[in-house]
Design a protein around this ligand. Structure first.
Ligand SMILES: [Zn+2]
Length: 195
């Protein structure tokens, strides 16, 4: 390697290349090393060229200790990516489950609303009909009760001479029955309207 010698402040850049190639020996090596300690330019040049050589070595050297870390890094990166993908899938699954739960709740809510119109409303109308039927039954019992009261009154009138106390009681019962009569008539008419 015979690069052209460039004189620069008494520096020989040819010596830098030779020094890095390990071609300098003996006095030449000692002289150059002594010169490096005093010359910043040559020292910088040596450092830059050495760094460049190391970079080139790192870039082009396919054998040796660099192979394993390179593949290792690639494998690790691939695994990390796949793991991340798995995590993303897990997250998506969780989100899907949450979405399903929300949809189920909405469905239940809609079902509830539907059941209110399909089930509760018929039940309510059934109860309303039952209530009016019970009212009619109550009306019939009430009428029967008043009938019984009338009978009692008739019987009481027959026994009016039994005692003054009983006569007073029967008079009171009669007055109560009379006062209840308009109410009974009104209820009877209302029952007829419902029918
Ligand atoms: Zn120099």
């Amino acid at each position: 390697m015979k690069a052209p010698t460039i004189e620069q402040q008494g520096c020989q850049l040819e010596d830098v290349a030779a020094y890095l190639d390990g071609e300098l020996e003996g006095v030449a090596l000692d002289t150059f090393e002594a010169h490096l300690k005093t010359c910043l330019n040559c020292d910088t040049e040596v450092r830059v060229q050495r760094q460049l050589l190391c970079t080139l070595d790192f870039a082009f050297n396919k054998s040796g200790p660099f192979d394993v870390p390179h593949d290792f890094t690639r494998v690790v990166t691939a695994h990390a990516e796949s793991d991340l993908r798995g995590m993303r899938k897990k997250g998506e699954r969780r989100r899907a489950i949450q979405l399903c739960a929300i949809l189920a709740l909405i469905s239940f809510a809609l079902l509830g609303a539907a059941s209110r119109t399909l089930v509760f409303d018929p039940v309510r109308s059934f109860l309303r009909v039952t209530g009016s039927l019970l009212g009619l039954l109550w009306q019939a019992l009430y009428d029967a009760g008043t009938g019984i009261a009338v009978i009692i009154r008739v019987v009481g009138r027959a026994a009016v001479f039994g005692s003054h106390g009983r006569a007073l009681f029967l008079v009171l019962a009669f007055i109560i029955s009379i006062s209840l009569l308009p109410l009974l008539i009104a209820k009877y008419h209302r029952a007829q309207i419902i029918e």
